[in-house]
Design a protein around this ligand. Structure first.
Ligand code: ADP
Length: 357
């Protein structure tokens, strides 16, 4: 429910609770996360193509004196969708209001937020694929014509009000672009997929975070952590923190390659960055289902994990690393997956796999 003043001249009242998360508290209420979150393009590492395009788009919008087009970012969690939205806001010198689709349950939630926006401001909606139909329909005219079409009163006395909204920019983020309805997707001026980061880029993320946290780290140490970070800055940052605990307690405080590798071994994060859940998933498909194919529901039930966690957190990296294969009949472990676990792939499976490819 949105905060909105009672003096909106429409007699519309809203509950004074707010689904907006303040920018500085994005997602976490967590000082560690907010202290290391890049605030400008220079400290936002990697995603070069995105940064180049955005810099031009931002410059053009500034020169025209107009708000930015609506933007949609998609990709697995932790790759920097929320962060880049914050960078855009600070580069444009505007406020960003951050919320997520599940917080916009009722029409008045989204209406309240839209009416609280000022000209040029950015509205960031995380997990935008989870918006309900009603909220989506309120968004269409808001995105396209900057108006709010509302019906007041009942049946015969019903009136449609067209309320002008200030020109704002919507930034949507999703892990599942495919689940967005096409009318919503079509209303974004730019759609960009965030890529997994290279080891070199992640090593930079690691060094930057270590510097902010005043930790001593060698180049080799940073690379060792980067290699096990699954292409994801959020994981790299988490690992820096975990490894630094080991460095302080068990070693002399400096994070070098040995300290990093030994700590990550103890944490059971292997050289591909896989953790126990990832290995359990691959082992399950190999040992119980002859390497697959097997459906996601079966995998989730057997691992006692929810489907969303498997689809959004485990799978994208296993697929990208080539350890898992998605087929129309379900998931299969690839020859690389077998190799990684040190299990010999039965020749019959190998043939099946080749046939599918
Ligand atoms: P998403 O919204 O895609 O789930 P976030 O934007 O919340 O991911 O990023 C997670 C964390 O990773 C942030 O707290 C930030 O510190 C770090 N991070 C993300 N992208 C970058 C980047 N390009 N450079 C440096 N750090 C990054």
């Amino acid at each position: 429910m949105a905060i909105i003043s009672d003096d909106n001249n429409l007699g519309i009242k809203f509950e004074k609770k707010n689904p907006i998360i303040k920018a500085e508290n994005i997602e976490y209420d967590n000082t560690f996360e907010s202290s290391i979150r890049p605030k400008d393009f220079d400290s936002y590492i990697g995603q070069t193509a995105l940064k180049e395009t955005l810099k031009i788009t931002l410059e053009a919008a500034k020169k025209r004196g107009k708000p930015l087009d609506h933007l949609l970012f998609y990709g697995p969690p932790g790759l920097g969708k929320t962060t880049v939205a914050g960078v855009i806001a600070s580069q444009m010198g505007v406020e960003i209001k951050i919320t997520s689709a599940p917080a916009l349950e009722r029409p008045r939630d989204i209406i309240g937020i839209l009416m609280s926006l000022k000209g040029g401001e950015i509205l960031f909606i995380d997990e935008i694929h989870r918006l309900n139909k009603v909220a989506e329909e309120i968004l269409y005219p808001a995105m396209e014509d900057f108006t709010l079409d509302m019906t007041t009163g009942k049946s015969q006395t019903a009136k449609t009000l067209r309320i002008p909204l200030p020109k704002f920019t919507l930034i949507g983020a999703t892990t599942k672009a495919g689940e967005l309805s096409s009318p919503l997707r079509d209303r974004f001026g730019m759609i960009h997929r965030l890529e997994f980061y290279t080891v070199e880029e992640l090593a930079e993320v690691v060094k930057r975070t270590a510097k902010i946290l005043e930790l001593e780290i060698t180049n080799d140490g940073a690379i060792a952590i980067a290699m096990r970070s699954r292409g994801t800055p959020r994981i790299a940052n988490r690992l820096v923190k975990r490894v630094s605990d080991f460095a302080i307690v068990k070693y002399d405080g400096i994070i070098d390659k040995n300290v990093a590798n030994e700590s990550l071994d103890i944490l059971k994060i292997d050289e591909f960055g896989l953790d126990n859940t990832d290995r359990a998933l691959l082992n399950l498909i190999i040992n119980k289902y002859d390497g697959g194919p097997v459906g996601i529901e079966t995998i989730a039930a057997a691992l006692s994990e929810d489907i969303k966690t498997i689809e959004d957190v485990c799978e994208p990296y296993l697929l990208q690393a080539g350890l898992l294969q998605r087929t129309p009949r379900g998931r299969k472990v690839s020859p690389e997956g077998y190799r990684h676990l040190g299990i010999k792939m039965p020749s019959q499976q190998k043939k099946l796999f080749e046939d599918i490819l």
